[in-house]
Design a protein around this ligand. Structure first.
Ligand code: ACK
Length: 281
């Protein structure tokens, strides 16, 4: 038992998920599927099965268990248990009936359930979860992969942050880590530029989520890696060339923009990007 998280029995979870029955699949994540299950005491849960035995997958599993066993907050997903059986790894979470914000906004029902009141509540809940990670955890936790698909909604549309596999507790150590983690469209420009990672990286991603809530659009459509690369190559010089700043005039406010504004505009620009080469303005 790790903190509030219990080491569980594989056989029990196999039974609870009806042998990982296909019809019980809730969705697919980076490293495997998530199944709906019912434990013996009738608690409904979500079981994430990691099918990928790579070093990266194992590291993400360990980070998730380590961090979530220490964190308890109404706006952060509860990890109830975990299980290691040879190569197989399972994570057991509270079931979030209303799935992810991404599914609510961009799924087949296309944002129908999300009134403005709910969107404001989701924004506030997300901010509370982030504030807890940044201000009340010691050391500070940087989520590193905040996005609408990692914001889950329970039956009352309470929003909770999930997927802590990429989280770090000390940003500075990653400065020289050139391996890019996170999701394009949500990653802060300075991180793409030189790997600078701070709690502000999460705040940038939160800004993109706010725009998503506001505009109801995905920040980036699904793109081939080459297309992502060309966007980054195109966008970065504009974002980092501060000498251009005084010449950029906000068309709405009419003022010259400072760096903060530029970030906001960059987030909007990323949201408007199309998957075709025609994205170039
Ligand atoms: O939008 P979704 O249905 O909500 O698609 C993703 C998918 O699994 C991959 O992450 C869903 N999911 C993840 N964790 C949970 C959970 N605790 N409860 C319900 N659905 C979940 C997520």
């Amino acid at each position: 038992k790790k903190g509030s998280v219990t080491l569980m029995d594989y056989k029990l979870l196999e039974t609870a998920t009806n042998n990982f029955r296909e019809s019980d699949i809730l969705g697919e994540g980076g490293f495997g599927c998530v199944y709906k299950a019912r434990l013996d005491d009738n608690i409904q849960v979500a079981v994430k099965r990691l099918d990928d035995g790579s070093q990266d997958a194992i590291k993400e599993f360990e980070t998730e268990v380590d961090l979530l066993s220490k964190i308890q907050h109404p706006n952060i997903i509860s990890l109830l248990g975990y299980c290691i059986n040879g190569e197989k790894r399972l994570l057991v979470y509270e079931l979030m009936q209303n799935r992810s914000l991404e599914t609510q906004l961009h799924g087949p029902s296309r944002g129908s359930a999300l009134t403005w009141h709910l969107r404001m509540k989701i924004a506030l809940d997300t901010a509370r979860g982030l504030e807890y990670l940044h201000e009340h955890c010691n050391p500070t936790v940087i989520h590193r992969d905040l996005k609408s698909s990692n914001i889950l909604l329970d039956s009352s549309f309470n929003a909770k942050l999930s997927d802590f596999g990429l989280a770090v507790t000390d940003g500075s150590q990653n400065k020289n880590n050139i391996k890019l983690s996170g999701t394009l469209g949500y990653v802060a420009p300075e991180y793409l530029l030189d790997g600078t990672l701070t709690d502000k990286s999460d705040v940038y991603a939160f800004g993109v989520v706010l725009l998503e809530l506001l505009l109801g659009r995905k920040p980036v459509e699904k793109m081939a890696p080459a297309q992502c690369q060309s966007i980054v190559t195109w966008a970065m010089p504009q974002l980092i060339d501060r000498s251009k700043l005084p010449t950029i005039v906000d068309p709405v406010i009419g003022n010259t923009m400072d760096l903060k504004h530029l970030y906001q505009v960059a987030a909007v620009a990323v949201l408007c990007v199309q998957p075709e080469p025609s994205y170039r303005p």
